[in-house]
Design a protein around this ligand. Structure first.
Ligand code: NAD
Ligand code: DAU
Length: 352
């Protein structure tokens, strides 16, 4: 048996696949379209691993997905494939609709037709695990409790609306067709292999290059930060023991303002790579125009995952961020390769 991981060459997908092989010898098929955000280099340590099979392709390609499901006798699909960057969704939303909504729909249909033809035992054991976001719950006030699994959906960006739509499709395929699904709504991830358009890697790399560290608006927006390896561990647990049809929130219990995040990473850089002129990296912080519709606060109540499945994050924000900064300092070549010409063009066009 095999698991099929979509979006496996992206940030969270590749961390999940590497983590999977650090503890399993089960076959795993990585399916990824290799958009600007996908990077095969993330999986290069698996080049000689006979249990790993990489396929470049689109989750919307039903012929391809159906043939992979049959050929590898897939027992579970873990769907990371998505357009993931909120700023991009504001400027050009079409790819978000195509992949996050239509792509998820096509993947569900490929899964359903394969699952329908399975023998009873295999049918029972099959899982479709969909990865989603805390952004679907919308913005919280400072005094609101963290979002739990039964909170209503109130997405505010084209990205979060597309993820919310995909979650609804997944739910409907369970309610209507009994496809054995699981949904995981996670907080902001950070760690190795994150594409340098996102806040933490962007600021680490700009800091090292002496460039400004752009904080949107007043920098008081709050995010809940989850180290990516803790997320992988949660997904493994949910895949193993999760209740079919259920949703699980995954968060780090680490709410921070954006300004706190950037100041903390500057302090780590001051210690690990002090500037030759004696100045502090935080001197590079600048406040720039806010993101339209910028959600003020996300926070995740991950207590269901702890009480039902015994999962808690292992990293504190400080330990996880330190590991992340060290990883980027040691992997500056990866950044050069990841930041493609398409990405440079996009940055010039929209962040000028
Ligand atoms: P990412 O942008 O780094 O990676 C996405 C991957 O999907 C890329 O490798 C890309 O090539 C691939 N892809 C895109 N369209 C595809 C398609 N049509 N078919 C096949 N592959 C395709 O994203 P990420 O940060 O790793 O996020 C992974 C998942 O987790 C997404 O569903 C995202 O919504 C969700 N999520 C992310 C975070 C976060 O903080 N990064 C938090 C919560 C949820
Ligand atoms: O909350 C989960 C979500 O986290 C995921 O669903 C998304 O896929 C993922 O991209 C992430 O979304 P965010 O918009 O929160 O991530 P980003 O790194 O783009 O921004 C984090 C915060 O920092 C956000 O409040 C915007 C702010 N920001 C971001 C950038 C890139 C800045 O202030 N300056 C910046 O340059």
């Amino acid at each position: 048996m095999t698991i099929l991981v979509t979006g496996a060459a992206g940030f969270i997908g590749s961390n999940f696949v590497l983590d999977w092989f650090s503890q399993s010898k089960e076959d795993l098929v990585s399916l990824d379209l290799l958009t600007y955000a996908g990077n095969l280099e993330n999986l290069s340590s698996l080049n000689d691993n006979p249990y790993h099979h990489f396929v470049q392709g689109n989750i919307s390609d039903r012929d391809l997905v159906s043939s992979l499901l049959k050929k590898y006798q897939v027992r579970a699909i873990v769907n990371f494939a998505a357009e993931s960057h909120v700023d991009r969704s504001i400027h050009e939303s079409k790819d978000f609709i195509d992949t996050n909504i239509v792509g998820t729909y096509n993947l569900l249909e490929s899964a359903r037709s394969y699952w329908n033809d399975l023998d009873q035992n295999l049918k029972q054991d099959f899982r479709f695990l969909h990865i989603s976001s805390d952004e679907v719950y919308g913005s919280l006030d400072l005094t609101d409790p963290p979002s739990n699994e039964s909170d209503p959906y109130k997405p505010n960006s084209p990205y979060s609306a597309s993820k919310a739509a995909s979650d609804h499709l997944v739910r409907a395929w369970f309610q209507t067709y009994k496809l054995p699904v699981l949904t995981v709504n996670s907080a902001n991830n950070y760690g190795p292999y994150q594409f340098p358009e996102k806040l933490i890697p962007l600021c680490i790399l700009n800091a090292l290059k002496g460039k400004p560290l752009p904080i949107y608006g007043d920098g008081q927006q709050i995010r809940d930060w989850l180290y990516v390896k803790d997320h992988s561990a949660a997904i493994r647990e949910i895949l193993k023991q999760g209740q079919i049809g259920d949703t699980y929130n995954v968060g780090g219990w680490h709410e921070k303002t954006n300004l706190e995040v950037v100041e903390t990473l500057c302090a780590i850089l001051d210690e690990l790579k002090p500037k030759s002129n004696g100045k502090r990296y935080s001197d590079q912080i600048i406040f720039v125009k806010d993101r339209p519709g910028h959600d003020r606060r996300y926070a995740i109540d991950a207590s269901k995952l702890e009480s039902d499945l015994g999962w808690r994050p292992q990293e504190t924000f400080e330990t996880g961020l330190r590991k992340t900064v060290i990883w980027y300092l040691e992997n500056l070549n990866w950044v050069d390769h990841a930041a493609s010409a398409e990405y440079q063009h996009w940055v010039k066009k929209y962040y000028a």
